[in-house]
Design a protein around this ligand. Sequence first.
Ligand code: GLN
Length: 474
Amino acid sequence: MNLNELTIKEAVEGLKNKKFSSVELTESCLKRIGQRNTEINAFISVNAEEALLDARTADILIGKKKAGTIAGIPFAVKDAICTVDLRSTGAAKILDNYIPPYEATVIRRLREAGGVVIGKNNCDAFGHGASNENSMYGAVRNPYDISKVAGGSSGGSAAAVSDNECIFSIAEDTGGSIRQPAAFCGVVGLRPSYGRNSRFGIMPMASSLDTVGPIAKSVEDIALLMEIMAGRDPKDATTVNEPVPLYSKEIEKNINGMKVGVPEEYFNVKGIDKEIIKATEKEIEKLRDLGCKIVPVSLPHTKYAIAAYYIIVPSEDSSNLARLDGVRYGERVKTKNLFDLYAKSRAIGFPEEVKRRILIGTYALSAGYYDAYYKKAQKVRTLIKNDFEEAFKKVDAIITPTTPSPAFGVGEMISDPLSMYLADAMVSPAAMAGVPALSVPAGMTKAGLPIGVQIIGARLNESAVLRIGYSLQK
Ligand code: GLN
């Protein structure tokens, strides 16, 4: 086995027992990136020199037994997350040359625990998309079949982990961007509860939904990362002041006796792939065998999630993106007229999908339409949230497919934004409700593409979600 193929747990063991050094581990990931980036395109920037310096430091600290929990482990970061002194573009030309003078809190915490930032992952620009084709740095290809998309918006993160170009990656999920690409690429991804992890330093998309979480090869690794990342941050007022459970211990607990809900609304989605239903049913059977009680539940407002999501998200997008005008960062069109400068810089600095959302959002927020669109969508969101609250009175967690289909073809949906939006049918409801959701691999289709199942939990109950995911993966 090559070093770059290890999980965090295995790599930490190997480093501790001096089987290899962090420099060697980091070099093996860098080598893999070098071999694969032209084809997969999972990285926008590679941080080779700095990473090797950090790896050397980690080796010294490990030698002195002063190392943090993930000392010397190379990881990647979605490019919509700010990394200090390391180019962060959000995959849009408007921030092409942006080098943040500060660091996202979650990344700071991971570095303090010894993690080594190896590079920045490609993504849909500012997180807008479900295929990674809305990046201004080219689409990301699925490592299982390069004619397929890697999913989005965190396609680069999922592909990089799946393709063993890094040990794990940190990404962002507003409405599925961690879970859907994780499912498409056969890896594990957690969207934590809203407020569990600090978003300080994450390029904002839709602030009332944005979350940041890990993509890794195992649920065990996700549990470990959450222990490091989670918790109150004075720099993000939405973070909750609740103790962070020891997730690595939590997942060891037996799931015998847990109640797991199956919502019929996720199984009769129009056009859902039969192989996906079968794979999910197989996981449900596994849970039954492990002693879980399987309970039918209903989430009746699921069908309105996409419609409401695609009002709320563009509205908040349009507001958040107003700050990017070509004056301070990125590409600027030279002209004497200030208005022209804004308009033309934004015209070349944003891809089509971002512009589409700015137009939809600006319209939905305008004085005459606010009540009819944004306010109405927020009311629908409350109904969706209530559905989950009702269900979690009866069950500890809910299991669903993560996506209605396996990875689709590159170019297949890009000219049809509506069908691309519909690809989020199963991931957007949990996001609207602010509850945690995990995607775990659940086998492959006959054509050899990965399938993911989603475990959804009550707010702040990441423990239940990870426990079930861990048992399934084991
Ligand atoms: N497909 C979703 C969207 O385009 C994903 C967004 C996200 O989670 N960043 O809005």
